[in-house]
Write a protein that binds this ligand. Structure first.
Ligand code: CAA
Length: 379
């Protein structure tokens, strides 16, 4: 559908080979929440462990279009694995946007060694309202002291256990709302930082979602990303990028559901009539294919806008809204076509349906995307 460059096609093949060898044979184990270490090790060996790491720190610095290719292919294999691996990109955007060279070296070195980064924004009372973060960062001499609780943080326990890098959002002045939000680089092993509850999730069980507790976490003043008060803009710019990658995952997820449904239809008959000859099934497949095609076009259009340094925030919200609804609908349609078999674990669709549900929730719910889109229209 697209004129991918030879390099992009090579990246696509690398991910497809990785999925076929390491993920597909382990889907049941992954869905039980147990990701074999061999998967992380093999992913590290692909060289794709952090897609956005700049060349100046030894990274591969992929363009956004190539990043979308990777996330689409990963999610075709397993949305949970795509989410887990994607955390290194999400957790890196603030450092790319605002980090000094020293901060970038500190952040990317462990990640390029195969460790996991985390983006820690959400809190029990600050989910959709990102500006309501209650974690505080108080300056004492040449240190900040952080206190608070974060929740639903992807790969957070890995980041702590591996002494990797977390981008932590905290308020340096709670009297001025989101203008007091600031972002910090925190090392996983810093005393006072611990992992609380590990969530037992409905889907994307190949990724880890945890609570983080900060009790008098002392970090050097030099860990501040940008200036005090830059946090809200950094978080929003990060999510503009992240939402495009969630959309790429949605396309991969939807494509997988469609492919499973097509295979099923080709091999089944009902009442002596092949499913391929049943118009109600054919119409559903046509709608699924049309939606996936439109969703993919939105993703790669967004990636192009970003790569060409054009405004893409509005487009990113539209893309996440549309594609993630497509993923859920296509998974549901595939299950409808497959009937009770689709409801069984053996069918593969049941898991995709559970995985697809998160896509319109994390990195900003689709209700938030509607606010962003309508806000852009009405401004
Ligand atoms: N780029 C740059 N700056 C932006 C921006 C963008 N895309 N969007 C907003 N801003 C700026 C605004 O210009 C404004 O700055 P000024 O005051 O200087 O003009 C500032 O940020 C605040 O903007 P708003 O007034 O629009 O902010 P708001 O409080 O009304 O909230 C919101 C806007 C869209 C609702 C926002 O809070 C939001 O996106 N919420 C969703 C949060 C979210 O997506 N969380 C996901 C967490 S991560 C995750 O899920 C991953 C995981 O690991 C599970």
């Amino acid at each position: 559908m697209f004129d991918f460059s030879p390099k992009q096609l090579e990246v696509q093949k690398t991910v497809r080979d990785f999925i076929a060898e390491y993920v597909t044979p382990n889907l049941k184990t992954i869905d039980e929440g147990d990701v074999p270490d061999s998967i992380f090790e093999a992913w590290h060996k692909t060289g794709l462990v952090c897609l956005v790491a700049p060349k100046s720190v030894g990274g591969i610095e992929l363009d956004t279009e190539s990043c979308a290719v990777v996330l689409e292919e990963l999610a075709y294999g397993d949305v949970g694995i795509a989410t887990a691996f994607g955390a290194n990109n999400l957790g890196s955007y603030p450092v790319l946007i605002a980090g000094t060279h020293e901060q970038q070296v500190q952040h990317f070195t462990p990640i390029l060694e195969g460790k996991y980064a985390s983006f820690a924004l959400t809190e029990p009372n600050a989910g959709s309202d990102a500006g309501a973060v209650a974690t505080t960062a108080v300056k004492h001499g040449d240190e900040y002291v952080l206190n608070g609780t974060k929740c639903y943080i992807t790969q957070g326990k890995y980041a702590i256990d591996m002494d990797s890098s977390l981008v932590m959002f905290a308020s340096t002045d709670r009297t001025i709302g989101n203008k007091g939000l600031s972002a910090f680089l925190v090392k996983g092993g810093t005393p006072g930082l611990s992992c609380g509850k590990v969530e037992d999730k409905m889907g994307i069980r190949g990724s880890q979602t945890v609570e983080l507790v900060l009790e008098d976490v002392r970090i050097p003043a030099s860990a501040l990303l940008g200036a005090e008060g830059d946090g809200m803009k950094l978080a929003m710019k990060t999510l503009d990028s992240g939402r495009l990658m969630v959309a790429a995952q949605a396309v991969g997820c939807a494509q997988r559901a469609l492919d499973i449904a097509v295979e099923y239809v080709k091999t089944r008959s009902d009442g002596g009539k092949p499913l391929t000859k049943q118009q109600s099934v054919a119409f559903k497949l046509a709608d699924m294919e049309s939606s996936v095609t439109a969703a993919r076009l939105l993703v790669y259009r967004g990636a192009k806008l970003k790569d060409n340094h054009q405004p893409y925030s509005h487009h990113s919200a539209i893309t996440k809204l549309f594609t993630t609804d497509v993923a859920m609908r296509v998974a549901q349609d595939a299950m409808d076509i497959m009937g009770t078999y689709g409801y069984t674990k053996e069918s593969g669709i049941e898991k995709i349906w559970r995985d697809a549900r998160i896509l319109s929730i994390y990195e900003g719910t689709n209700q938030i995307q509607r606010l962003v889109i309508s806000g852009g229209l009405l401004r």
